[in-house]
Structure formats: C-alpha cells, structure tokens
Design a protein around this ligand. Structure first.
Ligand SMILES: Nc1nc2c(ncn2[C@@H]2O[C@H](COP(=O)(O)OP(=O)(O)O)[C@@H](O)[C@H]2O)c(=O)[nH]1
Ligand SMILES: [Mg+2]
Length: 377
C-alpha cells in the first residue's frame, strides 16, 4: 500500500511540476513575443493560449505598417499633379524648318549667290527685301574679304538679325482695363491666339476678360468660351449676329466692374452683310474706348502659310486701323519663315508674337536671334 501511495504521490508531484513548468514557459514566451507578434501571432494555433495574449495586444500598434502603405499609395499623386510638365514651351529651333541650312560648305561663286537668292525668295522673304539684303551681304563679303561661302552666310545671319532686331515687341498694358483688339481675315488664328494669350496673362497674375466680338457665327463664341474656361478668364458674348462693337463695349464695362486688367477682344474676319469689314473694325475700336478702358494694342494676325498674300492683307488692314503689332501664326513646320522679314521691312510694323502650334504653350515672343538661328539650322 505504502508503495502504491508513494507511486501516486510521485505521479501527482510530477504532474504538478509538469503543469507548473508548462505555464511558466508559456508566460515567458508570451512576454518575449511582442516584438515578433505581428509575424508570429497567426502561427499560434491554440485557442486557449490566445487568452494570455491580450497582453500581446501591442498587435494593433504594429498596424502602423498598413498606415505606411496608404502613404505609399499616395505617392503617385504628386506625380499625377506634375503631369502638365510635359507641355513644353515651343521654340523656333524645334518648330521652324531650317530653310537656309543646306547652303553651307560651298565655295563663294555666282552659282552659290544665285541659289541663296532663290532660297530666300522661296522662304517668302519677298523679292524687294531679298534684293536689298543680299546687296548688303555681297558688299560686306567683298569688304571683309570673305574666304568661303560659310563666311558670307555668317554675314547674312548678321544682316538678318540687324533687320529684325531693332523693333519694340512689347505688348503695352495701358488703361484699366487695357484692351487688345485682334484683327485679321478668317481662319488665320485670331481666336486661338487670344486663347493662348489668356492663359499666358492669367498665369502671370493678370485678371483677363475675353470679348467674343466675332458674332458672325455662334461657334466662334463657343470656341472662345472654351479657351476662357481653360485659363479661368472672364467671358462676355452677345447673340449671333449682334453688333460686335456693343459686345466689346459690354465686355470692357464688365472688366471695369470686376477690376480686370486686360480685355482680349476677338473680331470677325468676314461679315454677313455688305458692311465693309474695315469700317466695322474702325467702329469696334471707337466703341471699345467709349467704355472705361483704352485700346493699347491692335494686333493683326497673319497666317504665315499664306505667304505674300498675307502681306497684301496686312496692307489693307493697316490702312484701315492703326496696327501696333503683328502676330504671325502657323510658322510651325512652315518653310515660309522669311515672311517675317518681308512684313517688318515692307510694313515697318513689328512681329510681336509667333504661333508655333495649336496648343496653349505654342505662342512665343518674337526673338530675332533665335529665329535667324533656326532658319540656318
Ligand atoms: N499649326 C498651327 N495651327 C494654328 C496656329 N494658330 C491657329 N491655328 C489653327 O488654325 C485654325 C484657325 O484658327 P482660329 O483661331 O479659329 O482662326 P480665326 O478665324 O482667325 O479666329 C484652327 O484650327 C487653329 O487650331 C498655329 O500657330 N499653328
Ligand atoms: Mg475666330
């Protein structure tokens, strides 16, 4: 019996020690676990032990990880915001055809001079301007003892820059609001130019109002309205067929009321009735200034691809209204860049802006050096 009792006692004692050891180990593990909990917790299969683990509840603390993730997800956002970056400002070098670049490396002889003359005329420099400028270049080539044709071409570059460079291309903002009136025949790019300028001027912090003075077609006003929305500019239109003068007048009054700096006024390049377009433009100009503003620029828009025809239009417009500057559009890809020389020399009016494409960044100030450089590229 004694032996039996002894065995029972030993077995019980062993059981107690075993259970004690088991719980002691378990607790140690539980205390150590926290750092590893996030990883280890799912591996613990026993339901009973999970009760001990409330202490382990630092688990939620480990959640910062998921919190980090949303941040990572958010990262692409700034990238999305900076997306407009790819829209780069157009440059002459990128967009112009280098129509005079092929004449390099020639010896200086009569044939080379003739080819150069032809190239200038093809580039729309115009006969009188080509003759005048080549006379100067040939004289200088003789005086300066030009060794080869490349040296003569350098002189031509110089003469071209001289002919183009001296003019003031500033766009004046005078009056509150200042009014810039855009004139030119249909399809040359008046509305598009106004849209590009609206973007440029609002980006520079000016408050701009667009006046839909082309009342010939309703679509013309809608086209302008789209540009106004893109640049956050104000917009004033009239009904189709409304008097353009009164639309511009209303726009100027509105601009004054909202303290805007600048009104960009569109006009039609043709008319319904027999009213003379030039007479109409004179009237728009007069009426615009009856409101509280000043017409500080009248910009004649010319399509470079129309070549010498553009020059004829320009003469008609400048006889009717006092043009303060030319906007030459569609020079992108055109081999007719020479028209700039013809316009400035024959009309004496500065080319202030150049259109190099249809997008809002495709309007640049005229820069004689960059322009000539691109022609020789
Ligand atoms: N490639 C090119 N197209 C232009 C340029 N300026 C305007 N255009 C396009 O010429 C067309 C007529 O322009 P629009 O502004 O409506 O002429 P508007 O009748 O004088 O107002 C449109 O398709 C314009 O996108 C330019 O600088 N380059
Ligand atoms: Mg238009």
């Amino acid at each position: 019996m004694n032996a039996l009792l002894l065995v029972i006692v030993i077995v019980l004692a062993l059981a107690v020690v075993g259970v004690g050891l088991f719980f002691f180990r378990r607790q140690n593990v539980a205390v150590k676990t926290p750092p590893r909990t996030a990883v280890a917790a799912p591996d613990v299969p026993s339901g009973a032990l999970v009760q001990d683990e409330p202490e382990v509840q630092p688990e939620p603390e480990v959640e910062p990880e998921p919190e980090v993730e949303p941040e990572r997800e958010a990262e692409p956002e700034p990238e999305v915001e900076s997306e407009p970056e790819p829209v780069e400002k157009a440059t002459f070098r990128d967009r112009l055809a280098g129509v005079l670049g092929g004449l390099r490396g020639r010896s200086i002889d009569e044939e080379a001079w003739e080819e150069l003359e032809e190239a200038l005329i093809l580039a729309d420099v115009g006969v009188p301007t080509t003759m005048a400028i080549l006379d100067r270049v040939r004289d200088r080539a003789k005086e300066e003892k030009a060794k080869d044709f490349d040296a003569a071409l350098m002189l031509l570059r110089d003469e071209m820059e001289l002919a183009l460079g001296g003019m003031d291309i500033t766009l004046t903002i005078e009056g509150k609001p200042a009014i810039w009136l855009f004139v030119g025949v249909n399809g040359v790019g008046k509305t598009t130019t106004i849209g590009k300028l609206a973007k440029r001027e609002t980006d520079e912090g000016r408050k701009v109002v667009l006046a839909a003075g082309d009342t010939f077609r309703a679509a013309a006003a809608e086209q302008l309205e789209t540009w106004a929305e893109r640049s956050d500019a104000g917009f004033v239109r009239g009904a189709e067929g409304a008097d353009p003068g009164s639309v511009v007048f209303d726009a100027v009054e509105h601009a004054a009321a909202v303290n805007a700096d600048l009104v960009l006024a569109d006009t039609a390049g043709r008319l319904h009735n027999k009213t003379n377009l030039m007479e109409e433009l004179r009237k728009v100009r007069r009426v615009a200034e009856k409101a509280q503003g000043k017409v500080s620029e009248v910009l004649l828009v010319i399509d470079a691809t129309t070549g010498q025809n553009g020059l004829i239009q320009a003469k008609q417009f400048t006889e009717a209204v006092e043009v303060t500057g030319i906007v030459l559009t569609k020079l992108d890809g055109s081999a007719k860049g020479g028209i700039v020389l013809a316009i400035q020399k024959e009309l004496g009016i500065p080319v202030k802006l150049v259109g190099l494409g249809e997008g809002s960044e495709d309007l640049v100030e005229f820069d004689a050096h960059e322009f000539v450089d691109a022609l020789f590229a």
